[in-house]
Write a protein that binds this ligand. Structure first.
Ligand code: SDX
Length: 432
């Protein structure tokens, strides 16, 4: 079929050029601008990448207007209702749902990499006890690049695979150790007879002095939340991992850069910010005051957990988490949990307000997740750590896809320069 193109007419020079369209399986086509500068001498300008495709990918598809999220073509609603986190991690890494023997093998491989090098425990002692667990996680994950010299050839598929397995496997152990260090309790080794999420709960909450009973509802709730957080196309942290990885950097160091980007309150740090915001609002009668602050251009306050760059409809993940909130509160908490009541009231009042309606600002995945984490006994400063554990499977899948691209090259954006034109150096004695 003749390649579809768009015509760009340059009204400055009168020149016009044809640029090819890149069409994917579903979703809007993209104008291929790789020859634009050569043909017309122009860059494109898109700070925040509002309308820029940085890559092709087969992993995740989002339709923000319809509230659609597909992992390798499977709707998030179906995976949330029928799959498990490790099965979804396999799906993202290898492109298809595993057979039972393949899933058992993958689960065994992941469980065999849950321990971290014993010397890494000393790394934690360098952090003061009140270090934010995200700070220690960034540091410890980055330091994994000082180990595993047996698999540093990122162009060897086997090396990429074992790096991915190690990263997915070790995140709960690193998170558990970050938490234990912050509360001054002894680290807990992983127990490989437990499921991925049960092991995380075990490493966070068990103590040597007594038996720890895993709560099945808590284990299922975590597994579901992790499925909802595992990947999300080219979001800020995934794009950071891709950009760092495009230079050929060590995969563990790339994941550490992703954790750094995720930490921001505009991104994965929002789940912690939502709980802090609900604590600050405190009472439903204060909600109108905070909605007014969120609308006030002169006030930096934003309703955390609301809005999304892509979802201009309800975030499908938020809908699923909201329903799960009810279930978890019924089984583990207080159905009249004040934070949940406040969140529901805040959502109701915000969604009646023209400011939010006009800007299509709906609750996103971070709006309700913190309430569930709180009921599970997870402290607020560990909420984004939970997000990082889940998103690691998505990050390594996206990193693997990028490195395996035959024409993979370093990412190097350009700019529009607003600085000083060329000028000569002025000796200090002549400066005013
Ligand atoms: C995640 O990219 C991903 O996929 C991310 C994520 C993933 O899975 O990886 O989905 C996870 O990061 C979810 C988002 C979590 N962040 C928050 O909840 C923080 C609060 N939300 C905002 O900061 C904001 O909505 C963003 C950052 C999420 C999106 O910002 P955009 O797309 O750059 O939108 P914008 O800042 O240009 O806002 C458009 C308008 C502005 O008003 P006007 O200039 O048009 O008058 O909406 C307003 C904004 O002021 N606005 C808000 C608001 N979010 C946007 N006003 C009040 N409260 C808010 N939360």
């Amino acid at each position: 079929m003749a390649k579809e193109t768009v015509t760009i007419i340059d009204n400055v020079t009168g020149k016009s050029i044809e640029l090819p369209l890149r069409t994917g399986t579903i979703g809007p086509p993209a104008i291929d601008i790789t020859t634009l500068y050569k043909k017309l001498g122009y860059f494109t300008y898109d700070p925040g990448f509002m309308a820029t495709a940085s890559c092709r990918s087969n992993i995740t598809y989002i339709d923000g207007d319809k509230g659609v999220l597909l992992y390798r073509g499977y709707p998030i609603e179906q995976l949330a209702g029928k799959s498990t986190f490790l099965e979804v991690a396999y799906l993202l890494l290898y492109g298809d749902l595993p057979t039972r023997p393949r899933l058992d093998e993958f689960t065994k491989v992941i469980s065999r990499h849950t321990m971290i090098n014993e010397s890494l425990k000393n790394f934690y002692s360098g952090f003061y006890h009140d270090a934010h667990p995200m700070a220690s996680m960034v540091g410890v994950v980055g330091s994994l690049s000082a180990f595993y010299h047996d698999s540093t050839d990122i162009h060897d598929p086997k090396h990429r695979d074992i790096a991915a397995h190690r990263m997915i496997a070790k995140m709960p152990t690193i998170a558990g150790a970050s938490y234990k260090h912050s509360i001054g309790e002894p680290f807990v080794y992983p127990k490989n007879s437990l499921s991925y999420c049960a092991n995380l709960l075990h490493m966070m909450f068990s103590v040597p002095s007594e038996e720890y009973q895993i709560d099945a509802v808590a284990e299922q709730a975590l597994d579901l939340i992790f499925i909802l957080h595992v990947d999300h196309e080219q979001n800020a942290s995934t794009s950071t991992v891709r950009l760092a990885g495009s230079s050929g950097a060590n995969p563990f160091a790339c994941i550490s850069s992703g954790i750094t980007a995720l930490w921001g309150p505009a991104h994965g740090g929002a789940n912690e910010a939502v709980l802090l915001m609900l604590e600050e609002i405190g009472d439903a009668k204060e909600i109108p005051k905070y909605i007014a602050k969120a609308k006030d251009k002169d006030d930096p306050f934003r309703l955390m957990g609301f809005g999304h760059r892509i979802y201009k409809n309800y975030d499908p993940r938020a809908r699923i988490i909201r329903e799960m909130c009810h279930r978890v509160l019924k089984r583990l908490g207080d159905e009249n949990d004040p934070f949940f009541e406040l969140a529901l009231k805040l959502e109701e009042l915000a969604l009646q307000d023209d400011y939010f309606i006009e800007r299509k600002l709906y609750p996103n995945v971070d709006f309700y997740s913190g309430i569930i984490y709180k009921v599970l006994g997870i402290p607020t400063n560990m909420f984004t750590v939970m997000f990082a554990i889940a998103r690691t499977a998505g990050w390594v899948a996206q990193w693997t896809e990028m490195i395996a691209e035959p024409d993979q090259r370093i990412a190097r954006p350009r700019q529009v320069y607003d600085g000083s034109p060329e000028r000569d150096y002025v000796p200090i004695e002549l400066r005013k």
